[in-house]
Write a protein that binds this ligand. Structure first.
Ligand code: PEP
Ligand code: MG
Length: 313
């Protein structure tokens, strides 16, 4: 019992030396918000709104979207909710709004690039979000941003659709965005690293094809160097990481060592992440990350992770 009393409060992540690490949840639908908070989420770091739009015959209208977003905000009870604007195209086509055929959908009109084709759909989503924002702390996030002009274009749509603008952040998941982050950070209110796509594009390896996409790409020094650069160039903007790699407890020493202080992951993985963080020492994590950044390949990083696996215990 004495041991327990020293554990952090249910929601908070804390390293053994007391560095707070925000732990938020990735959710697919409004119904997942309640269970996510029951798992101790400190907020919703990624609400993948496109799931509302898939597997149906027509787009959800403003009222239906408003109800869904409001449900999440009410479950959040004042905690932040990041609603990702529609991220379709690529592997997620909308049957009722077919795109012209593309030879490489992952390199085609997906995410924000799709908005110019269907601005009305985006305006409807922005209107629903603006209405729902009366019920909590709602922030919007743009997927697949490569250039600052794309952020300005969404801000312009928001100005048309909503009376008061909501905080507008971006997914950092296109390598060009990661490598030009200072310019993008000037236009964005917050940044969230999507390692699933970032790694796919860094390695030119389809994330859904296990023959080419290796799990080890997540801890490959090439990936870590881009992540380190993102942390260094975030320009004081709130920064989080919501790719699947945040949900692997074995990689937390690297993420903490690189300087990430807010992570968003699948709700069911939150308790284990919290326990894993409590075993870490931030200075040792920093040292590990430095050595990993100087490594030659993923195997070498894996060896470092194994070496340090017992830290703090
Ligand atoms: C990502 O790309 O890392 C991400 C979180 O978004 P999604 O998996 O929905 O593309
Ligand atoms: Mg993505």
């Amino acid at each position: 019992a004495r041991e327990r009393s020293r554990l952090p409060a249910p929601g908070a992540g804390l390293t053994s030396d007391g560095v707070p690490i925000g732990l938020q949840a990735n959710i697919l639908g409004a119904g997942e918000a309640g269970p996510a908070f029951a798992c101790g989420a400190e907020g919703i770091g990624l609400f993948r709104s496109e799931m509302l739009f898939l597997d149906r015959d027509s787009a959800p209208g403003e009222e239906e979207q408003y109800q869904a977003y409001r449900q999440v905000l009410e479950a959040a009870a004042g905690r932040p909710v990041v609603l990702r604007l529609l991220d379709v195209g690529g592997d997620k086509p909308l049957p009722y709004l077919p795109l012209p055929p593309e030879a490489n959908p992952y390199l085609g009109r997906r995410g924000v690039r799709w908005y110019a084709l269907h601005p009305d759909l985006v305006r409807t989503q922005l209107r629903a979000a603006a209405r729902a924002s009366a019920h909590g702390d709602l922030r919007l996030m743009i997927p697949m941003v490569a250039e600052a002009a794309e952020i300005r274009a969404v801000r312009a749509l928001m100005a048309e659709a909503a009376e008061a603008p909501l905080p507008l952040g971006i997914m950092v998941e296109v390598p060009a965005a990661a490598l030009n982050l200072e310019a993008l950070a000037r236009e964005a209110d917050f940044l969230c690293v999507g390692t699933n796509d970032l790694v796919q594009y860094l390695f030119a390896a389809d994330r859904g094809d296990a023959r080419v996409a290796r799990a080890s790409h997540d801890w490959h020094p090439a990936t870590l160097r881009v992540l380190a650069r993102i942390v260094a160039q975030a320009s004081g903007r709130p920064l989080s990481l919501c790719g699947e790699m945040a949900g692997r407890p074995g990689l937390l020493p690297l993420l903490v060592g690189l300087g990430f202080r807010t992570l968003s992951l699948a709700p069911a993985l939150l308790p284990e992440a919290r326990r894993a963080l409590a075993r870490l020492d931030s200075a040792r994590c920093r040292d590990l990350a430095e050595r990993a950044l100087a490594s030659e390949d993923a195997d070498a990083v894996e060896a470092l992770l194994r070496e340090g696996a017992g830290q703090g215990r």
